[in-house]
Design a protein around this ligand. Sequence first.
Ligand code: FE2
Length: 256
Amino acid sequence: MIDIHTHILPGIDDGAKTMEDSLAMARAAVEQGIHTVFATPHHQNGYYMNKKQDIVNKVKQFRNCLQDLNIPLTILVGQETRIHADFMAELNEDIIAPLQDTSYILVEFPSFEVPRYADKLLFDIQVAGFMPIIVHPERNQQIAEHPSILYDFVKKGALTQITAASLTGRFGKKTQQLSYQLIEHHLTHFIASDAHNTSSRRFILQEAFQLVRKEFGWDVYYTFMENPQLLLENQYVHRVEPILVKKKNSIFKIFP
Ligand SMILES: [Fe+2]
């Protein structure tokens, strides 16, 4: 398995604190059957700044440690980039790190809202030749209340990634329910761990994928298994025409 969203690099965000932590996470990933992980530290989220070159350097260092200890895990460069006013400028200045020099970029919204400029930014990113992947939309409050916002973004070309732990219920029943709905309505294209450690926010990809197989069948399972590989090869990923999630009891269908 390939995990496209992790906080496995030591000491640069709220993920692994030390190299020991990173190595423990690496061993846990291997135990899960993961052979490749993208290291995607936070950038511009109000707490952490991690420019592409710094991430590249850290990844090199970590790879050397893994090699010395014979831990069979490949680490690739990535970044979880919060949307912000200078996003396009930073993209041009090589501060933003697409996933291992592919066209794919992990894009994060603030937890509670979707900024008004998000629509234009997602468009601009695509015009610049990149493919935005909105991370954990199921954990965004505004999207949870108005899933039609996400439908519009996907309809206009954006991809999305849900968190394994959201599917298994770690973030509560509502988030789990929305994650299921996003799969059913073709509104998500990747499942990733967003692992931060080996305890409270660990790798549980195996568990999530088995759940997907059981609940949605083999076709959906293979779609989620294959998309990270297609991404890595910088090919188009599997996607199906999205369906609008109709919220029960909602009378506000036009203006979310
Ligand atoms: Fe993350």
